[in-house]
Ligand binder design. Structure first.
Ligand code: FMN
Length: 303
């Protein structure tokens, strides 16, 4: 259950526009962190819905252990467990009926798989935008991810844009490594927005057992300063909107990301420990105190 936010400022003060899509608030659940079982009240908190990344075929995900705590964060190795695109679309109404714009995160093993998923989604009227999860392994390039170089980012984006033929905007989700060059490549290939950042590669060692306990991605407040820097640098290097992601756990965090240049902000692991509705209420209070609207914040950072 997502707590209902208090109406601390008029609804217009919280509204933003992302690629011509009106969002009632700048908050979006980060892919993979809001399940369809806990959508009650989500329409009072978020500006859009974003389910877990879907792949062309079902994936079982990684074997356990999949989660570990870290100082100020968590490490996960879920491994894109999902039911595959056909079943995902059958179940999509759970997210659609929330009544918010619905974004769909996709991942493929090859450029062709990204393109064919986008082709399927182009005519899907419930979907307002596609987010390409480029942190997944690129099978055609020896196991590195699509974020390994600006050229592989550009290839995946260009193929996806071509397959969508202008039907929907494409957001490109990037990892921190090489984020500025990759964001520029995404924009040059036609991306409509970039989401920065995905989790940061991390390792957990079990000293008692003298073994690696978990390799996975670090998320949560531990990565916030890294994500903020990425948003700040990327928003100065591209002319498309930047969606901030990484470590958001309070309304002040939301304000910081928007001041750094984000048009909208995703909430991931922070939503496991604090109500996103409370973060929105804090953000509204911040706006009221500052006498600003959410849309005023991007670029409002002094030097
Ligand atoms: C349990 C879990 C599952 C995730 N699944 C996905 C996913 O399916 N697709 C994706 O692009 N990112 C996924 N992520 C990454 C988040 O969307 C987000 O980019 C990252 O956690 C950083 O944000 P945060 O610090 O607010 O969690 C996942 C993160 C967590 C913690």
């Amino acid at each position: 259950m997502v707590a209902r936010s208090e109406n601390l400022v008029g609804p217009q003060a919280l509204a933003v526009e992302l690629c011509s899509i009106p969002l009632r608030t700048p908050l979006i659940p980060a892919a993979g962190t809001l399940g369809k079982e806990v959508l009650d009240g989500a329409e009072d908190v978020y500006g859009a819905m974003l389910p877990k990344t879907v792949t062309p075929r079902p994936r079982a995900g990684n074997p356990p252990p999949r989660l570990a705590e870290a100082p100020s964060g968590m490490i996960n190795s879920i491994g894109l467990q999902n039911p595959g695109l056909d079943r995902f679309l059958e179940d999509l109404d759970a997210f659609y009926t929330v009544g918010l714009p619905l974004f769909v995160s996709v991942a493929g093993d090859t450029v062709g798989e990204f393109a064919s998923m986008c082709e399927t989604l182009a005519s899907e009227t419930r979907v307002s935008a596609i987010e390409l999860n480029l942190s997944c392994p690129n099978v055609e390039h020896g196991g590195g991810t699509f974020c390994a170089s600006p050229s592989t980012v550009g290839d995946a984006v260009a193929a996806s844009k071509g397959a969508l033929a202008g039907a929907k905007p494409v957001f490109v989700k990037l990892t921190n490594d090489g984020v500025v060059g990759n964001a520029v490549a995404a924009e040059e290939a036609g991306a409509d927005a970039v989401t920065v950042i995905n989790t940061i590669p991390a390792l957990v060692v079990d000293a008692g057992e003298r073994r690696v306990f978990l390799r996975g991605g670090l998320s949560g407040p531990a990565i916030k300063p890294v994500a903020l820097r990425a948003v700040y640098e990327v928003s100065r290097a591209v002319n498309i909107p930047v969606i901030g992601c990484g470590g958001v756990a309070s309304g002040t965090d939301v304000a910081e990301f928007m001041l750094a240049g984000a048009t909208a902000v995703q909430v991931g692991a922070g939503g496991f420990v604090r109500e996103p509705g409370a973060m929105l209420a804090e953000f509204a209070e911040y706006l009221r105190g500052a006498g600003l609207r959410a849309g005023d914040l991007a670029g409002a950072l002094g030097t």
